[in-house]
Structures are given as C-alpha cells and as structure tokens.
Design a protein around this ligand. Sequence first.
Ligand SMILES: [Mg+2]
Length: 401
Amino acid sequence: MKITSITCQILSTAQQQGATRYEDTAGLKFPQTTSGSENVFSGRADTRHICVYPSDRSTALIRVQTDTGLEGIGEAHAPAAPRVVQTIVEDLLTPILVGQDARSIDVLWERMFSAMRLRSHTQGFTLEAIAGVDIALWDLLGKHYGEPIWRLLGGAYRLKMPVYSSGTPGQTVDARREGVHKVLDEGFSVVKTSCGRGSFREQMELVRQMSDAVADRGQLLVDAHGGFDLKDAIRFARFLEGLDNVEWFEDALLPEDHDGYRELTLSTPLRIAVGETDCNRYVVRDRLLNKECDLLLPDVCRAGGISETLRIAQLADVFGVSWASHVSTSTAVHLMAGLHVGAATPNCFISECPSGFAHGPFGNCLLKEPLVFENGHITLNEKPGLGIELDEEAVAQLVLL
Ligand SMILES: [Mg+2]
C-alpha cells in the first residue's frame, strides 16, 4: 500500500469571525482585574502564561492517499498560524513519505522525526505536523485491515471511555456556576475550570464557587495555565486539598519549571497534572525521572500522533504515572485519536472533550454520524480506523483557501 499523495487542509472559522486577533488562553480571561485595583501581587499569569489563542478557530486536516484508493484522515493541532503546519506537511513530510509503504508506521515516524533533528523538531509545529500525518496513517491502517485502531494497538482495556468537559464558559462567577450546571445536566460528571489570573483570594473564591456548583454530582479539575509561582502553587494546592471534589491541579507552574513541579508534587497528596506542552517521549522521560507529576496530559495532535502518545503512555506506566488525553479546539478526529490510545492503555484516566463540542463549528456538524455522549462517556465501536466519517460538504465550507 504505497503513499501517493498527502494533503493538508486548514479548517477555519475566520470567514465568519473576521481577522485573527491573538488573545490570552481562554481560561485566563477571567477573573477580569482592573488596573489600579488593590491586587498588589497580581501573579505571573497577567504577563506570562502557556500560550495565546486566536479569536477565530482553526485546525489542520491531513489526508494520506494511497495506490489502493484508500485514504486516511488525521489532524494536526493548529490553532495559531496554521499555514506553518501546512507548509511542513506539504514541503517537508510529503516528499519523505510519498512512495513509501503506508503500513510501516514506526519506520515512517522515525524518518519524519529524524528529518528535523537539526531544526528544533522536538515540539511545536513540527511535532504537530507529524502528529497529523501519523494519525492519518493509523486511520489508513485500520481501513486497510478493516479493524478499529484500538484493536491494532493491542486491544481495548475498556471501550466505554470517560470524557470531561473542557471548560466552564462565562465572565462572571454566576455565569460560570450556570455553565457548570448546564454541563452536568448534559451528562458530564467531570468538569474543568480555569484559574491563574487575578489575586490569590479571587482565585480561591472562584474555584470554591465552582466546587460548590459541582457539589456531589461529580469532580472538578482545576487548570492554572502556568499562572502561579512555586510558593503560591503550594498554598493553592493546600486550599484545593480541602475541597473534596477536586481531582487534579493542572499546569500550576510554567512547564519549564521542572524543579518547581518536583517540589509541588512531593508537597501535596493532590494529583499534580502537567504535560500538554510535552510532545515526545524524551522530554517526558526527563519529567518522569524527576518525579514532576502524578498525571501526564499528552495531546495526540501535538505529541507526534497516536504512535508517540502511545509510547508516552507506556513510558508513564513504567513510572506508575497515569495519563489523560488533552484535546483542544479541534474536530472529532482529534478526540477519537486520543480515545483510541486511551482505550488501548491501562493507565488512561479520562479524555478531555471541548466544551460545547456537540454543537460547535468543529463538532458533530462535521460528521456523518454524530458522536454519542452517554453519562459522560463515549463508547468506541468496531468501525475501521478512527471509526468516524466526515461530512465532506460541511468540511468544505470551512476550508481556508
Ligand atoms: Mg490545560
């Protein structure tokens, strides 16, 4: 089964939303603090945090075609400057892969990875582009053998995969409380909320309110987007320990603060989660050796695709560390790719699901058959490859020309 061509389509809502503006990570827009307020210690997130997001939404769909007529579909995380990913796929990865046997996924992965060893290939755009191609190759392999990816990965520990709602929208505490109730009413039992901006007291109050809103209906995950320094992170972890429905504390520190993560993890019984910026097994190895977390958060569309995320998950298991699939502003391709790895690994905790996925512009409207959420779970099936089929007419309306 020889690869004949690879295409990378950028899907974007820019046509509907106008020119791109870059904004803070969504969760850090709140609480809004006014300049000149009494917030003397504003925290680091007001000036430093993990990343920005554009005002519109974009992603990169990658299709690998073969001489058998079969096509595999993958996705690269590409919320900002998606043409960079497109260029890497078209100008770099396509010439390397065309003519190769699409079934040799490990071999092809190493060729793609090695191709950029001299040029900052270890994460970011390059690994995102590789991720998209790798997922397409797995989808293709599944279609070739008529098997779901989870079976090709060695079988499923479970097919009914828990998913959590990625956020609690709203610019006021009351709006966010309502958002929590809405998400719980939709059937989710695990909800993530953001903090990391504003005064320490404001953040405690916000998270306390979110915890109250969830109450005993489920669990709350808390994401600080790298907004604390070590001392405040330890203080905040103490506070979270007192809320009996908080399951993990995510990105408390900037991801580069390795010693800080080690100290934080050793300081609290609360589950410390990090790793959405870690895109290959080598950086994850160092984080694990240094005992920097209890839970890793690799993103299958950033961390080199299904192949590398599987290796990261298996490596984590050696250290007794669990993982949860990070999913961002992307399509069902992303969500499903993570779920297949999750199903095939014994240490997968749960998968993220973009809030409002079912009705969002990249959600079920791009699928011939919508994904079904039941009691906070998505159940994988026997369909080949990723197990989804795109509605090509709906996709075509979002393609950026
Ligand atoms: Mg996060």
